[in-house]
Write a protein that binds this ligand. Sequence first.
Ligand SMILES: Cc1cc2nc3c(=O)[nH]c(=O)nc-3n(C[C@H](O)[C@H](O)[C@H](O)COP(=O)(O)OP(=O)(O)OC[C@H]3O[C@@H](n4cnc5c(N)ncnc54)[C@H](O)[C@@H]3O)c2cc1C
Length: 580
Amino acid sequence: MIDNDVDLLIAGSGGGGLATALFASSFGLKVMICEKSRYVGGTTAISGGSAWAIATVQEEQAGLQDSIETGRRYLDAMGEGHGSGEMQDAFLEAAPAAFAFLQHQTDVTFTAPRIHPDYYPHLPGTTTGGRNLGPDTLDGRRLGSLINLVRPPRPEFTGPFGMAVARSEISDLVRPWRSIRAFRLATRAVLGHAWALLFHRRAMRLLMGNALIGRLLLSLAARGVTPALETSVARLWVENGQIAGAVLRTKTGEKHVRARQGVVLATGGFAANADMRQSMLGSLQTDHFVTFEGAAGDGIVLARAVGAGLAGGSASAGLWMPASILRRQGKRDITFPHLRDRAKPGLIAVGSDGRRFVNEANSYHDVCLAMFRSKKHGETVEAHLICDHAFIREFGLGLIRPFWSRLRPFIASGYLAKGRTLAELARKIGVDPEGLQATVARHNADAVSGTDTEFAKGGSALNRLNGDERFKPNPCLAPIGKAPFYAVRVVPALLATARGLATDTEARVLDQNRRPIKGLYAVGNDMASVFDGHYPGPGATIGPAIAFAWRAACHAAKRDVATDRAAQNGIVRETEHHGL
Ligand SMILES: Cc1cc2nc3c(=O)[nH]c(=O)nc-3n(C[C@H](O)[C@H](O)[C@H](O)COP(=O)(O)OP(=O)(O)OC[C@H]3O[C@@H](n4cnc5c(N)ncnc54)[C@H](O)[C@@H]3O)c2cc1C
């Protein structure tokens, strides 16, 4: 018995799933979004929410120049000729149209930052800003009761009492007395949050991933679509050799939904599934992930059951983030992503020999790959971030907030190690004391001259963006000077998976013989990364998730992917179509 009949059935309500639903419903398709958990948003909701895209209208609005040709040059150089050419071309073609449509036709608006370099700023075709589109902040009141559906940010990413804090605001909020502007910003933020707690019992200023999911929800609601929560796609339903719908698992039992144009898998990849990590990550293994725990690989399992093939991840099957782990008695461990403290002046990362192995200010993905490379077979893949007391107070370290955090509980839990001397610290963390002392001596001499003679920390615009410009001559270097000294252990954790379902350029899932499985699409992390395990710039998973959501929706609705000016302004041509 068929319980429901739609055009497109979408499994998963993260960035990939909601964007597909928004595009498809805008094209007139009847869509249904199934979400397994009790919240909308998946990992996207707890992420930075930024989307890497090239030659967008948002870049144009910011007065920045970019072009598809420049972008292609950058991607070609990054992949050293091993990239997936036609998939990257499909991304380059679709992204400008998709982001123009969002900007002009929906509430899902973004702003391109003038300064935010790609992750390989030395390569041809790179830009120093503009490609990392940030979702505009959303006033939660616009969502009405829908706000309660949005997966809340992780508490460790918010300020006191759950206050939402943007990266650019942190230094002003921590030291409100340093300027009138800082004082005004801090006062407004604190009073606004207190007001929200009083009247709404939650933060009402949605930032980053929460803003992106909130904006997608808002735009979908305007088109009469809200996701079905606690409803998972349990089995795909095949009829006459094509996907005709799916069996859903709901609180009230199984439901059969026919999907005339197909099913879109957008369940977020497999980072949280231990068996799949083991079988799919190849030589770069980990037990750790910073995604939300529902990234269990459902989409891949569902598609494999109907003959789908896998692809991607030649450079790396995972996309990586250095993370520290706080063990808590009787509670779940916290795995914390080290996004920016690594670049700050006065911090180094060392291995068990006490030596540095990487430019700490490079991208999180590259720092982890260097961590893997620096280990001999069988050695635990880990590193230690080393700094002094002044550093922790100024910048914080991982879960330890700058300025006000009490250090004693972190030391007691084993998260933070403390030494009165570098040798004592080294012994406590199992690192070679002489190696560490020699490393710090060299680093300190380099900090004075301003040139990191080992790894050129602070040598690129990307490094300097996350440094601190008050430190001269190099914003990423300062001596590790006065005792006591501290260390936090970091491990490579998955922030996303790059290996996934093989698809064609329209996001149609391919079988083992590389033929499209009719009626089956994959987007987001369920689809093999178009960058093949490279990480070109900030937003490199959400950008393609949105670009291929656009392509999947265009294909299902028989629309042209349309990259001409009309499409950039959100006017989509009605006539052309691809045929299934
Ligand atoms: C801390 C952090 C910061 C990050 N910042 C960025 C960033 O700024 N830019 C960027 O590009 N990337 C970022 N990433 C990575 C990025 O968030 C993810 O790669 C991306 O959001 C994944 O989107 P998705 O749509 O594939 O999956 P998700 O957003 O995880 O959504 C998948 C949804 O599917 C649901 N689901 C699972 N199984 C089923 C089923 N059987 N049926 C129905 N529903 C199901 C899940 O419950 C979930 O809600 C970050 C990651 C982390 C952890």
